[in-house]
Design a protein around this ligand. Structure first.
Ligand code: ZN
Length: 289
């Protein structure tokens, strides 16, 4: 039997800086809102929604299309449309250079993808905006593609759905961007006159010129939880009216409570909710004819 026995370890293991970085990439995801770390597999199965704080992380247009539509049903239209530079706009860089930069970054020609697809077997004309392309701003091509998507709905007598995410009109195209608000709104009125159902899905953030035109004109307006919905940002409003805004101002839940949004739907239920509305409109149409 030893005379001296060390029962307790009085030292600790110091990890080398290398071992700290030894987590393989793509294994975990850190939430942008609550900073909790979750396994990427759990996070992906939860439709890229944080399981702790319910934060709906941004999806790109193609991820959104894959999530909403039936497999291989989406047929893209007007993908070759590109913006010109009618105002010869230049700030930190020339507008055509900026467009090229975003085209390379996103692999898209503009900030919206349009086409026809089915959702649980129901056909629809779909326009999905892309936030990674100059913050989903609406220039003349975005306005034109959204308009054509609505025209397609009228031509084929099918519902039109737009998934919105936008910082508003594109300042690099000045007044031409603002004209898109009128153009798309006219088409919404035409769809209304012809009895074409129009559904909008608002995602974070949907603001300014897009919110003030086709995003807010749906027969049914659906929003994702926690998304910012409004015209000007809360800070600008506070500075203008010199009043403290109520808690949760401009969140989807706040706007729903005040009657502007029909329902706030978790991303995992978005496809089934959309299909339910499409089925309802289809049944109403069939009963009327
Ligand atoms: Zn979170």
């Amino acid at each position: 039997m030893p005379w001296f026995k060390r029962n307790k370890q009085n030292f600790s293991t110091i990890r080398s800086p290398k071992s700290k970085l030894a987590i393989p990439g793509g294994l975990v995801h850190k939430c942008s809102k609550c900073f909790s770390v979750n396994y990427i597999k759990d996070y992906e199965t939860n439709y890229r929604v944080c399981p702790r704080c319910n934060y709906h992380e941004r999806l790109d247009a193609w991820e959104r299309i894959a999530m909403l539509t039936d497999k291989d049903s989406f047929q893209e239209c007007d993908s070759d449309l590109r913006s010109g530079d009618p105002l010869k706009f230049e700030d930190r860089k020339k507008y055509p250079e900026r467009l090229e930069e975003y085209q390379k970054k996103t692999g898209m020609n503009e900030a919206v993808v349009t086409g026809c697809a089915t959702v649980e077997g129901h056909p629809l004309s779909l326009a999905v905006m892309e936030a990674n392309f100059i913050m989903g701003s609406m220039g003349s091509v975005v306005g034109e593609k959204v308009t054509r998507s609505m025209e397609k709905g009228i031509e084929k007598n099918i519902p039109v759905v737009t998934v919105c995410v936008s910082g508003g009109a594109r300042m690099m195209e000045g007044i031409l961007s603002l004209m898109q608000m009128a153009k798309t709104s006219i088409l919404v009125a035409e769809m209304d006159a012809k009895g074409i159902p129009y559904i909008t899905i608002l995602t974070h953030p949907t603001t300014a010129g897009v919110m003030a035109s086709f995003a807010s004109l749906g027969d049914v307006i659906i929003a994702e939880p926690g998304c910012m919905v409004g015209f000007a940002g809360p800070r600008v409003i506070e500075q203008t009216i010199r009043q403290v805004l109520p808690k949760g101002f401009q969140t989807a839940e706040f706007v729903e409570k005040h009657g502007f949004i029909d329902c706030v739907v978790h991303r995992r239920e978005l496809k089934t909710t959309l299909a339910r509305f499409l089925r309802y409109f289809h049944d109403v149409d069939a009963a009327a004819s």
